[in-house]
Write a protein that binds this ligand. Structure first.
Ligand code: PMP
Length: 424
């Protein structure tokens, strides 16, 4: 029996219990931007396996560094112990982040990186005996699948069964172009309340919302308003971090710096699961005390796993050099040129682009068509050797940075076919 058949007897995949979902594809190998399936077919991984494999698959430098680490020290508990991979990773990561970021806390994935940031922000106020507990988040956000992360995410089919267990959040509309002034005014109004603890957001691009984009200038203004009121600023760079927006971090577009930052996905280049929450010295200092009750009681068994840290260090070897940014420019320019071509054609509602992120919103009429559209688009891409992940009528391309122009052209060709499909 094939992997796919055996899999279906035993595995529970994310989101795929719907009867219409196509069976999982058995993948036996990956190299660069390409995934090789058990039936001999090849697919360009145009979404970097959910925005994770930023350097493509099986990068030899990462593989080498990870196997070295595996032979030296595979794990030691991080409570009471430390090791070179974690020390070096924190040192090098902090050098790339806004200057106010001073401490690194290790978790296991994006959701837990966010969860920890929320706990740090809420406990910061608690430790000082100040009753601030309300969080402001952006409408449409996705911050993960744990309860705290779900609470600050858009209430949707993802969160509905758990609604009664989620905490109350103030949702602010996304300050998309044209809405900036209204959103700034709404923020000013919210900030007159005495109980606002923190503002959490996906900077510049809301990924799961459908790559909804807004400008650095308005984010700077929102952050400045929070800063004036002492509200803690939390940037969720789980998707945007490590080059996705065309700079190393979305923070590199901003003049204001967050208090807390969350990372995962691209941090290890898709080799190992790892999450990171960083914070300012001021925030960390509020947890330092003789009084045990002020400590942050949060620690995962695998926290700062040496192999994951080694993978992240090898990935940083590729992210730190100047030519990393030039390569991002190459992909951004290719996306921008294609966006121009596509923009005014029939079947296209909107094309959005920021750096290496391209999102094509297709024009669709009847809602009945809309419901089956996602699967049709997904299949069309697969038939053409491309792995894409349409969300309803929105299709996004977030390729590994090693993708060639020829591979990009193949992906763009599929988008053209999708456009033709909806105009039929
Ligand atoms: N934050 C953002 C912005 C994300 O896009 C995601 C994942 N899509 C998460 C958090 C959660 O990360 P993970 O899936 O690793 O838990």
């Amino acid at each position: 029996n094939s992997l796919s058949e055996r899999d279906q007897l035993v595995n529970w995949h994310p989101y795929t219990q719907m009867q219409t979902a196509p069976p999982p594809i058995g993948i036996v190998r990956g190299e660069g931007a390409v995934l090789f399936a058990e039936d001999g077919r090849e697919y360009i991984d145009a979404v970097s396996s959910w925005w994770v494999n930023i350097h493509g698959h099986a990068h030899p430098h990462i593989a080498e560094r990870v196997s070295q680490q595996l032979r030296t020290l595979e794990h030691v508990i991080f409570a009471g112990f430390t090791h070179a991979p974690a020390v070096e990773l924190s040192e090098r990561l902090l050098k790339l982040l806004p200057a106010n970021q001073a401490k690194v806390f290790y978790t296991d994935n994006g959701s837990t990186a966010v969860e920890v940031a929320l706990k740090m922000a809420l406990q910061y106020w608690h430790n000082q005996g100040i009753p601030k507990s309300k969080i402001i988040a952006l409408e449409g956000s996705y911050h993960g699948d744990t309860f705290g992360a779900m609470s600050i995410s858009e209430r949707s089919v993802f969160t509905r069964p758990f609604q009664q267990y989620l905490f109350d959040v103030e949702f602010l509309p996304v300050p998309v172009p044209g809405q900036e002034e209204a959103v700034l005014a709404k923020m000013e109004e919210l900030l007159t309340r005495p109980d606002i603890a923190a503002f959490v957001f996906e900077p510049l691009v809301l990924g799961t919302a459908g790559m909804v984009m807004y400008e650095p200038e308005v984010l700077d203004k929102l952050m400045a308003l929070c800063r004036q009121k002492g509200v803690i600023i939390i940037a969720d760079e789980v998707m945007t971090g490590f080059g996705r927006t065309g700079k190393r971090f979305a923070a590199d577009y901003l003049t204001q710096a967050p208090d807390l930052m969350c990372f995962s996905k691209g941090i290890t280049g898709g080799t190992m699961a790892l999450g990171v929450t960083t914070c300012t010295h001021q925030l960390y200092a509020s947890f330092l005390s003789e009084d045990k009750t002020k400590a942050l009681f949060h620690g995962h068994s695998y926290t700062a796993n040496p192999i994951a840290c080694a993978a992240a260090l090898a990935s940083l070897d590729l992210v730190e050099p100047e030519d990393f940014l030039q390569n991002l420019d190459r992909i951004s320019a290719a996306h921008a040129a294609f966006a121009l071509v596509l923009k005014n054609k029939p079947g296209i509602k909107e094309v959005r682009q920021r750096g290496t992120i391209l999102a094509v919103e297709l024009e669709v009429g009847a809602t009945t068509y809309f419901h089956s559209l996602r699967d049709q688009l997904y299949q069309l891409a697969l038939e053409n050797g491309v792995l894409l992940r349409p969300l309803g009528n929105i299709v996004y391309v977030l390729p590994p940075y090693c993708i060639t122009q020829a591979q990009l052209n193949q992906v763009y060709g599929v988008l053209e076919q999708m456009r033709e499909l909806v105009t039929k």
